[in-house]
Design a protein around this ligand. Sequence first.
Ligand code: BES
Ligand code: MN
Ligand code: ZN
Length: 460
Amino acid sequence: MKINVSDLAPDRVKTKLLVIPKKDKKKKIDIIKNRFLAQRVIEVFLEDYGLENIRKLGAKAANLAKEFKVDELSIVFPNVNDYYEASKCLVEGVILSSYDFDKFKTKKENHKLKHVTILSKKNLNEIKKGIRFGETVSKYVCLARDFVNDPANHATPDAFADRIAEISKKNKLKIKIYNEKQIKKMGMGCFLGVAQGTRKEPKLVVIEYKGTKKKDFYALVGKGITFDSGGISLKPSQGMHEMKGDMAGGAAVACAINAIAELRLPVNIIAVIPCVENMPGGNAMKPGDVLKSMSGKTVEVINTDAEGRLALADALYFVARKKPKAIIDIATLTGACVVALGYHVAGLVGNDDKLTDLIFKAGEKTNEKVWKLPLYKEYSEAIKSDIADIKNIGYDNGAAGSLTAAAFLKEFVDEIPWAHIDMAGTFWSKENKDYYKKGATGWGVRLFVELFNSLSVKSA
Ligand code: BES
Ligand code: MN
Ligand code: ZN
């Protein structure tokens, strides 16, 4: 898809579909309309021109193009305060709503939107810059969706790791993939515990992006469970297929660091993704087993379905030892988070208010909303084990499940500023809505790009 910007002033621009936003229902738009030889003109009413509505405007325009089967359209740019930011959002709306996961369809959908022209009377340069940024970010959101939608027989841990490597190499990122032997050598007993139940080899993916000469760096850690059957504590079959997306955190992290690299944001980041499948094979870990983490802490496995935190424990410790400025992990970690916050808000926990505030603000901007939950010491007490240092679940009845999970992760980050995002509710959409498509949402990529964009502005 080609997206460009054009001056609204010269008369008679030809287009198949002209989309004009308006805030005032009564206001006539004839003056603008007459400048165009448009086959169709559609007014889109928006309550306000806030950034989220601009994304929806882009989505609406692209969806209308599909409805009318046209491959080209023009959108009149609304009168906003910040043309650069709004242009990013408009492009996000157009590209993300045009996403389609059709690689397994033998008959492909034949409609493709090929050309979008953004028309504006002013600030064409800002709009152009916004288009480029929005295109790059959206490309990686779509890629994250591809990763999550891809079925687990295709996206095995090593296929997932290889694909991440392929993309990262294109962006000239440093990447290392640790194999099982190397993971063993590092003593990652918790991560390996999860890998026991499958024949597929686990992989630890480590990506490094250096965007500044400064020494300090941030760490991102993403849960990369390519399929979560629950293991011996097997999940019920209803909805189990969605667990092919239990690597959505890993996908978000991998795609975000690549987007950030392509945008050349001046920050340094290390991304770590433990890739593994959670299966109930003959050698699987069992409830009651005790594992030894890389940190040395021992963990009693009460429920093999609480596998994400086991893989993350070693990944977090691995990167905490390198002393990053802050660590942020993201994971489809707990069903309890879906119960607490639903499908449009992710859970946020952390040990550093400055960090969690920044994440909250980034989320408000990209409309990937996060809500902070508490991390009181009682949750840490709830994960004490009778026979090991800690156990992998808290209360038997699942009370505060997201927070006992977070308290578990906290054990492995030392005193480093850390935040944890639980995206169990937001990684998947049950419907086609606005710029979301049924299936993977690509949630988190835009959030991280925005976060590091705001961090790099601050430190500049
Ligand atoms: N991957 C799941 C959490 C999940 C549930 C993600 C629904 C997305 C949608 C995770 O590994 C899990 O199984 N968590 C258990 C933890 C429990 C055993 C303490 C859960 O939430 O039930
Ligand atoms: Mn699980
Ligand atoms: Zn899981």
